[in-house]
Design a protein around this ligand. Structure first.
Ligand code: PMH
Length: 387
């Protein structure tokens, strides 16, 4: 028994061939000088950080990005030596740990840099990317004076190396480009404030890369597109090549029963059978990320769409079956069965949210199976990692 085993009939499949193809296609599409930094924060948007990172690097990505130091260390523990950038804020007291693991950090204020210098991080060089706030209003420097002071401080402290400068767009995935254009102009102007530019200049997420490949300088931070999902429904028709959704989620019927007209199902007894029917129990619930709001949506069983009836419980929900089906019949929550397909976007629509949130919400207790060339190459079940 170890973390490659699982004892429940619910799992996520990650087709790493899709990740590979999505990265490869992006590399082909972008101008030659543009590198790909694969964004693998949040356990690679719920897909599996180390496995996705390795595949992206194989496909031509040259670096990785995460949100915080722990995520970067997780990649290092997974045996990854490629450059990693922490996009979010780090504690100034933690820079030694980052330097030790050769992890680049984001500098987003003079105050942060002063604190870093106070917390002498030893002799290991610290690599930084400077974040400019051009209109996202999240992290970054806005004022010329602050930028100049920071550049001077960096110059005076040779143990700190400025490797990159970047910004992030708030509306790159919207048809109307006026705010994007404004942010882009701000970025150009702020870059003018830097007489010596670092080697990496980046501003593009997936949407920017797809729509404005001539505007991304020399790195694209590729997130959602790498997973084969559109940055937004608005620009779905503007994508330069077909994306391949890497994730699918499956389970099995664990109990099948006949109920008669008038019988009720699940908490609150909100569902009443309008006729005699077959009902299946599926061992997936809101604790797996299959939220209660998905009541009445459909899953695929035996190639057919079957409705979730009654409230979704913590670990289980019930479905209306078209006929008696055997226990162990496969249930697909996201993915393909026969000629039918449920996309992450379908689930996001039902939840009034975006595809990003759906895959990030599939919880740690659902094991991930990784496929390459249609064969299982790895299984990850964090629940059994201590064995
Ligand atoms: N760069 C930064 C700084 C980001 O925050 C993100 C995604 C990306 C690149 C990748 O964007 P993409 O997935 O659209 O390609 N960050 C987030 C976020 O904070 N909330 O949703 C996505």
């Amino acid at each position: 028994m170890d973390s490659t085993h699982f004892y429940r009939d619910t799992w996520v499949e990650i087709d790493l061939d899709c990740i590979f193809e999505n990265v490869k296609n992006m590399k082909r599409f972008l101008p030659e000088q543009v590198d790909i930094m694969a964004v693998v924060k949040a356990n690679a948007y719920g897909h599996g950080d180390v496995e996705v990172a390795k595949t992206a690097l194989e496909a031509g990505a040259t670096g990785l990005a995460v949100a915080f130091i722990d995520e970067a260390i997780s990649l290092r523990h997974g045996g990854i030596n490629a450059p990693i950038l922490v996009l979010g804020a780090s504690r100034p007291t933690d820079v030694a740990i980052a330097a030790e693991h050769n992890i680049s950090l984001t500098i987003y204020s003079q105050e942060w840099l002063d604190e870093v210098l106070k917390n002498n991080h030893g002799n290991t060089p610290l690599t930084l990317h400077l974040k400019l706030d051009t209109g996202m209003g999240r992290l970054g420097i806005k004022e010329k004076g602050e930028l100049q002071t920071i550049l001077k401080t960096i110059e005076e402290n040779p143990q700190i190396q400025l490797e990159g400068v970047f910004t992030h767009f708030a509306t790159a995935d919207e048809i109307n480009t006026s705010y994007f254009d404004q942010q882009y102009q701000n970025f150009l102007q702020m870059l003018e404030w830097m007489p010596n530019k670092p080697k990496m200049i980046h501003c593009g997420n997936s949407a920017t890369g797809y729509r404005f490949p001539e505007k991304v300088f020399n790195v694209v931070r590729l997130g959602i597109g790498m997973y084969g999902m559109t940055p937004s429904l608005e620009i779905k028709d503007q994508l330069p090549y077909q994306l391949q959704q890497a994730i699918s989620i499956h389970s099995k019927l664990v109990h099948v029963k006949r109920i008669t007209k008038g019988e009720k199902i699940s908490y609150g007894a909100t569902f009443t059978a309008d006729e005699d029917m077959w009902v299946g129990t599926v061992p997936v619930g809101y604790a797996d990320g299959w939220l209660r709001k998905l009541q009445n949506t459909h899953v695929l069983i035996d190639g057919e769409l079957c409705q979730i009836i009654g409230r979704i419980c913590m670990d289980q929900f019930m479905v209306r079956l078209p006929k008696k089906l055997p226990v162990d019949t496969k249930v697909t929550l996201i993915g393909k069965q026969k000629d039918k397909f449920i996309s992450v976007d379908d689930v996001a629509n039902a939840l009034d949210t975006i595809n990003y949130e759906v895959t990030c919400s599939i919880s740690f207790r659902v094991p991930r199976i990784f496929l390459r060339n249609k064969r299982i190459i790895e299984v990850r079940n964090p629940l059994l990692r201590h064995y």
